[in-house]
Design a protein around this ligand. Sequence first.
Ligand SMILES: *[C@@H]1O[C@H](CO)[C@@H](O)[C@H](O)[C@H]1NC(C)=O
Ligand SMILES: *[C@@H]1O[C@H](CO)[C@@H](O)[C@H](O)[C@H]1NC(C)=O
Ligand SMILES: *[C@@H]1O[C@H](CO)[C@@H](O)[C@H](O)[C@H]1NC(C)=O
Ligand SMILES: *[C@@H]1O[C@H](CO)[C@@H](O)[C@H](O)[C@H]1NC(C)=O
Ligand SMILES: *[C@@H]1O[C@H](CO)[C@@H](O)[C@H](O)[C@H]1NC(C)=O
Length: 288
Amino acid sequence: RPPARNGTAPPRHPLQPPYPHPYRFLLNHPDKCRARAPFLVLLVASAPADFAARDAVRRTWGNESSVPGAPVLRLFLLGVHPAFDAELRPVLREEDELHGDLLQQDFLDTYNNLTLKTLAGLEWVSRFCPNATYVMKADTDVFLNLEFLVRRLLLPPKRGLVTGYVYRHTGPLRSPAYKWFVPRQVYPNDTYPPYCGGPGYVLSGDVALRVFAAAQTVPPINMEDAFVGLCLHALGLRVTDGPPGAFTMYRLPYDKCRFSRLVMVHHYAPQDLLQLWPHFRDAPVECP
Ligand SMILES: *[C@@H]1O[C@H](CO)[C@@H](O)[C@H](O)[C@H]1NC(C)=O
Ligand SMILES: *[C@@H]1O[C@H](CO)[C@@H](O)[C@H](O)[C@H]1NC(C)=O
Ligand SMILES: *[C@@H]1O[C@H](CO)[C@@H](O)[C@H](O)[C@H]1NC(C)=O
Ligand SMILES: *[C@@H]1O[C@H](CO)[C@@H](O)[C@H](O)[C@H]1NC(C)=O
Ligand SMILES: *[C@@H]1O[C@H](CO)[C@@H](O)[C@H](O)[C@H]1NC(C)=O
């Protein structure tokens, strides 16, 4: 934020995520990329108590070896539970010992702090895995088809790529009644630069590092996806629309042939994923 004329910064609005700030990793895996450069780092935003969602992701689209020749590195991004941190800490430690895929930073895990979660993921990539070819940020309530993503959009490896479902000519919602409320004090303009919808978007590794660097000076806002757009705008980088229908922001009914030719469908709960996955992976369906 620019300092006020008298030299003191204006007070931070409560919805403006406190950033930059030296947040600490409470759970970390600094050595995961030491011996290898993953093709895709999958950063999955998850709430600390959402064990079922993480379990479903691990058993379905989050499988690290599901795309032959394109090693995936899966990490869940967590903050600190606002009420039950002490109770959850040993449980999360145990989960992490078993799966080795939790990254937790010491900010409060709330809806209006989701930007901090994405930045924790990009910080991790910048510090511990700068050789990743691509980085994807995803939510847990999506269906993802990494095979299609890799074969159709990511190979051969590209630089300067940002893709997903692109929102253009949208702007902040100004009514405090909305979950997506962004006050003028947090973001004054009426429109956002183009950005990719938060449930699932992909950055090439070089862009991920540049976005993290830009985020140190671009004033943070409480919408993580629009904030990434603001960083891209500050960097003069463009977003690329995914192929038509590849990133679907509403729930489509499951259909193996259709889902084989898209990247993401929003609004799939853990139970839905566990139920459809064996069919999606194994059913001998002839697609036209
Ligand atoms: C400095 O200016 C800001 C914005 O006008 C004001 O809120 C704040 O109280 C001032 N601080 C001092 C120490 O005068
Ligand atoms: C990145 O790749 C270079 C060249 O392959 C290698 O020397 C370096 O150790 C890698 N760094 C990390 C952090 O993986
Ligand atoms: C991940 O995929 C591989 C290759 O298809 C498979 O062998 C393995 O069982 C899967 N792991 C899980 C947890 O589903
Ligand atoms: C975001 O996290 C910071 C650091 O833990 C905390 O002080 C702040 O209250 C949180 N903001 C919201 C809106 O939850
Ligand atoms: C916000 O509006 C100002 C003034 O019109 C403009 O200079 C600036 O580029 C805008 N910022 C973004 C991120 O669109």
